[in-house]
Design a protein around this ligand. Structure first.
Ligand SMILES: NC(=O)c1ccc[n+]([C@@H]2O[C@H](COP(=O)([O-])OP(=O)(O)OC[C@H]3O[C@@H](n4cnc5c(N)ncnc54)[C@H](OP(=O)(O)O)[C@@H]3O)[C@@H](O)[C@H]2O)c1
Length: 271
């Protein structure tokens, strides 16, 4: 859906560039209404050439006259960047921050203005339009602001909205970090196939497509994963033996602990 606004992305790194290319591919705004900044001039030049957009290394200069400012820098850079833009940012602009562990409250307080701030947690499959983003509105955000954020992140995958910001730590630990956990699962299933004689490339394709297919079954049928698992598990068959090994290795507890530990880490960083 055409957003038709002027968007500035502060920090065109991995995630900033993913959003930039999603916005361009989906024609959400005209290229002349899109700009991005980086820390290094060389990087800014490369982005300008690659996407044919205006790029900057001066954030303050870039955000003037823009409707939406996306903060896509590392969390530890947030304070510095907000200090830079504080003077020029206005209440008519919408700020969307994808920085992990940085609250809307922190940004609102630091800016000392009634600026609408939306916190967003996307994930890397956004690069192929298969991401999932969770949005959480700050206190000055209205439905129109949320709709703009929905359009932007909807261009690169699914979008969910939550109101309770304290849940953003677990969102970060689950869907933000989740692709990394999943790659380990794909890698390990592949290794199992290779160990038992499959060519590596074939084993990797089988693993990845199996995860993708199973994930789509859950999303499309809405069925409980346990019921879907039962449908694969023939009495005294092959699958049940594999499942027993997984349980013996503590896969459930391990994954639950991974999300719990990462949530704690996100909370620690927020403080
Ligand atoms: N990667 C993920 O999976 C993921 C998922 C969800 C959310 N996030 C969030 O996304 C944010 C960015 O992460 P990332 O992985 O994309 O990091 P990244 O690849 O390191 O990108 C950060 C970018 O910020 C630029 N930058 C640094 N200081 C700047 C400044 N003062 N002004 C303008 N640009 C500046 C850097 O420019 P140079 O390249 O020129 O140094 C770099 O391009 C983080 O807050 C992270 O929590 C990431």
């Amino acid at each position: 859906m055409f957003v038709g606004k002027k968007i500035a992305i502060i920090g065109v790194g991995k995630m900033g560039e993913t959003l930039l290319s999603g916005i361009i591919k989906n024609n959400l705004v005209r290229k002349e209404d899109l700009s991005g900044s980086t820390a290094q001039e060389e990087h800014a030049k490369k982005i300008a050439e690659k996407y044919n957009i205006m790029t900057y290394i001066e954030n303050k200069e870039m955000i003037v006259g823009k409707d939406i400012i996306i903060l896509a820098i590392k969390p530890q850079m947030i304070r510095k960047v907000i200090t830079e833009i504080k003077e020029v940012v206005s209440e008519k602009q919408l700020i969307i921050s994808i920085a992990a562990a940085i609250s809307t409250h922190f940004i609102e307080e630091y800016l000392e203005k009634k600026i609408p701030v939306i916190r967003a947690m996307p994930n890397t499959p956004a690069l192929i339009n298969e991401g999932i983003t969770v949005l959480c509105p700050g206190r000055y955000v209205d439905n129109h602001h949320l709709q703009m954020a929905l359009n932007i992140f909807g261009a690169v995958g699914l979008v969910e909205i939550i109101q309770r910001e304290e849940l953003m730590d677990v969102v970060t630990a689950l869907s933000g970090s989740g692709p990394a956990y999943t790659y380990i699962i794909i890698e390990s299933l592949t290794e199992g196939g290779v160990r038992m004689g499959l060519p590596r490339e074939l084993a990797q394709r089988l693993s990845a497509q199996t995860l993708l297919g199973a994930a789509k079954m859950v999303l499309k049928t809405g069925m409980h994963p346990a019921l879907l698992k039962d449908a694969v598990t023939t009495p005294a068959g092959v699958t049940v033996d594999g499942l027993m090994e997984l349980e013996d290795g503590g896969i459930r507890v391990t994954l639950i602990k991974a999300v719990s530990r990462a949530t704690e880490k996100s909370k620690e960083i927020s403080q």
